[in-house]
Design a protein around this ligand. Structure first.
Ligand code: GLU
Length: 373
């Protein structure tokens, strides 16, 4: 079945990745007027009820301009230093631009482990969720000052895709100096044909990627296709669009050319498939009949419905959810460590803070982290 391409403004939660070349000019530094036009677009989307997260590249490009580093590739230490300098300027620019629209920006710097290790993943996700609950726009980048060449994403295309799957976005927009996918690299092949809709990322599509990167950005078309695979598998659509003109986001809905990658299934189905397929439960929660009814109607598991906790597990680990007879009903990722879970089992969510001294989530297992088995 072919999914219908919706306009950007018809999505619920979108991640926009901005390539370095769009934000930073080698000679003059930050492209402030362009950034302002983008922030006006973001404001419009938010007014239409769309939640927006930004993955912004440009720290290294910006920092190398400020530090006056020579053209060409940088040594690791140089790019780390450039990122340290550039990230401050970048974050300040986003914050200043968004604040003219009354929007607060929050900076999040991630390393590879923050998205790949489940507990850190949940932690980063909770922070993003909290920022969005307060109406702030998360401005995310890789923490390049501490990332080493072995332990890093290195490109923000895949990082943005992981962020999109992490927070259940329904659209990822990769904005760079290329307007989409062509059957061959367009600067090398005059016969190259533009592809507007990509239903599935087949090996043929991957072969078309070539390398359409520019000097300032590390991600070429290959990392964009990799990002598409990550996002689409999790039920998130992806758009590759050019950000060369002002108001690049609204331009997508008013007819500017872009490539759209169809998501596979619905986001929820994809996530549930992922949870069901990955889990090797390290613990067990025995729940009462009321909680079972709630779970079956799509609700989260609250501590009040938990009668007993077995096994040893940490926050973010997979656990089995069983009825009083020990029959497995569901699986999910626990919001609490086993010993915390034991202490709050049977209690009201409002009592968690008094018992533990802090509160993470009202739910023992959030419904987004759960699959009925
Ligand atoms: N994280 C890098 C930076 O901010 C950009 C990586 C990329 O170009 O994708 O400079």
């Amino acid at each position: 079945m072919t999914a219908i391409r919706k306009p950007v403004c018809a999505h619920k939660r979108i991640v926009i990745k901005i390539g370095s070349a769009l934000l930073v000019d080698r000679a003059s530094g930050l492209k402030t007027a362009w950034l302002e036009s983008l922030c006006a677009d973001i404001t419009e989307l938010r007014q239409a009820g769309v939640e927006v997260l930004v993955v912004s590249s440009g720290a290294i490009a910006m920092g190398r301009t400020v530090l006056g580093l020579a053209a060409g590739s940088l040594r690791l230490e140089e790019s780390q230093a450039a990122a340290a300098v550039g990230q401050i300027a970048l974050a300040r620019a986003w914050s200043a631009s968004l604040s003219t629209h009354g929007i607060v920006a929050g900076q999040i710097l991630l390393t590879l482990g923050d998205t790949e290790e489940r507990r850190r993943y949940l932690n980063a996700r909770a922070t993003m969720g909290e920022l969005m609950r307060h109406g702030a726009v998360p401005i995310i980048n890789e923490n390049d000052t501490v990332a080493t060449s072995e332990i890093r994403y290195g490109d923000n295309d895949r990082l943005a895709a992981r962020v999109a799957t992490m927070i259940g976005a329904d659209l990822l927009v990769l904005m760079s100096d290329i307007d989409g996918l062509y059957t061959a690299p367009p600067h090398l092949d005059p016969e190259a044909r533009f592809l507007e809709i990509i239903e599935t990322i087949t090996p043929e599509i991957e072969a078309m990627a070539g390398d359409a990167g520019s000097e300032l950005s590390r991600g070429g078309m290959k990392t964009k296709i990799d990002a598409g695979k990550i996002a689409n598998a999790a039920g998130c659509a992806m758009i590759i669009a050019s950000g060369k003109s002002d108001h690049p986001l609204s331009a997508i809905d008013t007819g500017a050319r872009s490539s759209w990658f169809q998501p596979s299934g619905t986001p929820q189905t994809a996530r549930k498939t992922w949870i069901a397929g990955q889990l090797d439960p390290s613990g067990k929660l025995i729940i009462d009949a009321g909680a079972e009814t709630a779970l079956r109607s799509g609700k989260s598991l609250l501590p009040a419905g938990v009668r007993a906790v077995a096994g040893d597990f940490h926050r973010g680990d997979p656990v089995a959810i069983c009825d009083a007879g020990g029959r497995e009903i569901a699986r999910g990722l626990s919001s609490y460590d086993a010993d915390e879970a034991r202490r709050i089992a049977g209690c009201k969510s409002g009592e968690i803070e008094a018992i533990l001294g802090y509160s993470r989530r009202a739910a023992m297992i959030h419904r987004d982290d759960m699959v009925i088995t």
